[in-house]
Design a binder for this molecule. Structure first.
Ligand code: ATP
Ligand code: MG
Length: 437
């Protein structure tokens, strides 16, 4: 082990900058969100896919695009110490999902609708809504060419946001057309920017020939006017592309889902074609993009697969949770049904059996546990019982246990009077409690 790794042994270690611990009770909001996601994915018949967090760097260079911000400056890449392979922590999941689809021939018998949830890694400057490890939910519909799946993708996100109680989220859409149409637009775009070369910032000057579309995406305020007047891709689309785009819009409207066309929406990734979209909010400051996606009919071939149409999106879950909070939704922290107060350690063998029987009956139980060798005074145990949020304390006193009974003490208003109950009917009593599980 290197000197650097061991020399500071006793120093307190902290999480990597931009990477967050998710702690209780906050983690309960994450679990709730994940439950809603699974439920809505089920409604749309999307199935879960789990791909590795580490992939060959080449997958992202090819799949995400060599001249994107992600590949140029945001990837955590390293060499496998043992075999020298170039690897990266995934900055997004679409290339991994497509790799897996090709590797396992997932679309051989028709289309596949998939979703994933998990951590992504990008070396960005940490700020509100922007982290170096963040969680993305995403969906990919592989093997479907028609506009109805583009619409379904957005309807799914819309449905999920409604389920989460989010308000004031707008949908922007655009079409990037087909590669030949993009090519014609690209030529016009380069010519336009070359005419105004001195107005481009250094980043844009550098990108002019590698990724001019990306210049339209700029956040630099001094370039907004220039970008505003740039040739619009929509004017280069042929009939088939326009028809595809119109169908998507009509299907959304048929479901009363509102959208606006943003002709400058190009998305940062190289692989999109036809429909692209973003779900945005004005309530999270600069990081207002909640979800972005689009059609990527060319990606399978780019990664060595058979031509396969596909469409997908990715959503930042931190931003979604932040918006939920921003809009004033609160969620009560989870609490056990009962807290077991154990005045004397002698009672433990009997108590622990009863508690297990309660759990088997679906009752959530928090057992008092001592912080040192002593069981703790009754006063301190009741204090903990109260803090746990449980509705009842069960007191496993030696006297009660000797008579095969336990004392039930209500901890909240409306819990009735304190009573002693026989152990034979304690499970039946407890099953009348509404369980949290
Ligand atoms: P942005 O313009 O905010 O950088 P992006 O275009 O890079 O977003 P995508 O690659 O489309 O983002 O990822 C989909 C979603 O993931 C975004 O809409 C956003 O909600 C979320 N996201 C992206 N990068 C981060 C990050 N560093 N931290 C937290 N969430 C992120
Ligand atoms: Mg980004």
């Amino acid at each position: 082990m290197s000197e650097k790794l061991v020399a500071t042994k006793s120093e307190k270690l902290t999480a990597v900058k931009g990477m967050n611990d998710i702690l209780p009770p906050d983690s309960a909001r994450w679990e709730w969100l994940e439950d809603q996601v699974r439920s809505v994915m089920g409604l749309y018949a999307y199935r879960n896919i789990r791909t590795p967090i580490v992939e060959p760097t080449a997958l992202f260079v090819r799949g995400t695009g060599e001249s994107t911000d992600i590949v140029e400056k945001e990837m955590y890449s390293f060499e496998d110490k043992l075999n020298g392979e170039q690897l990266s922590l995934r900055p997004e999941s679409t290339p991994g999902v497509v790799r897996a689809a090709i590797e396992h021939n997932l679309t051989y018998d028709g289309g596949k609708r998939l979703y994933y949830m998990g951590p992504m890694f990008r070396h960005e400057r940490p700020q509100r809504g922007r982290y170096r490890q963040f969680y993305q939910l995403g969906a990919e519909a592989l093997g479907f060419a028609g506009p109805e799946v583009d619409a379904e993708m957005m309807l799914l996100v819309h449905h999920l946001f409604a389920r989460l109680g989010l308000r004031n989220v707008r949908i922007e859409i655009n079409s990037l057309g087909r590669p030949a149409e993009r090519q014609a637009h690209r030529v016009a775009l380069i010519a336009y920017f070359e005419q105004h070369f001195e107005l481009l910032d250094t980043e844009a000057q550098r990108r002019l020939h590698s990724n001019p579309l990306r210049i339209l995406d700029t956040k630099n305020p001094t370039m907004q006017a220039l970008v505003q007047d740039a040739p619009q891709l929509l004017n280069y689309l042929g009939d088939a592309s326009l028809q595809h785009f119109d169908s998507v819009k009509r299907l959304l409207s048929a479901c009363a889902v509102k959208w606006t066309v943003n002709p400058r929406l190009v998305r940062g990734l190289d692989y999109y074609s036809h429909t692209v979209f973003e779900f945005l909010t004005d309530e999270l400051g600069a990081q207002g993009a909640l979800c972005g996606g689009g059609r990527y009919d060319g990606l399978f071939e780019l990664l060595g697969g058979k031509p396969t149409p596909a469409v997908g999106w990715g959503m930042g879950l931190e931003r979604v949770l932040e918006l939920i909070q921003e809009q004033g939704q609160t969620r009560t922290a989870p609490a056990p049904d009962v807290y077991a107060v154990i005045p004397d350690a002698d009672a433990l063998p009997m108590t622990i059996q009863v508690l297990n029987a309660l759990r088997a009956a679906g009752i959530s139980v928090q057992m008092h546990a001592s912080l040192d060798q002593n069981t703790g005074s009754m006063k301190s145990q009741f204090k903990k019982a109260d803090a746990s949020g449980a509705r009842y304390a069960l007191i496993f006193g030696n006297d009660e246990l000797a008579q095969n009974a336990v004392t039930v003490k209500p901890l909240r208003d409306g819990g009735g009077a304190q009573v002693t109950r026989s152990l034979t009917d304690i499970a039946a009593w407890a099953s009348t409690l509404q369980s949290h599980t």
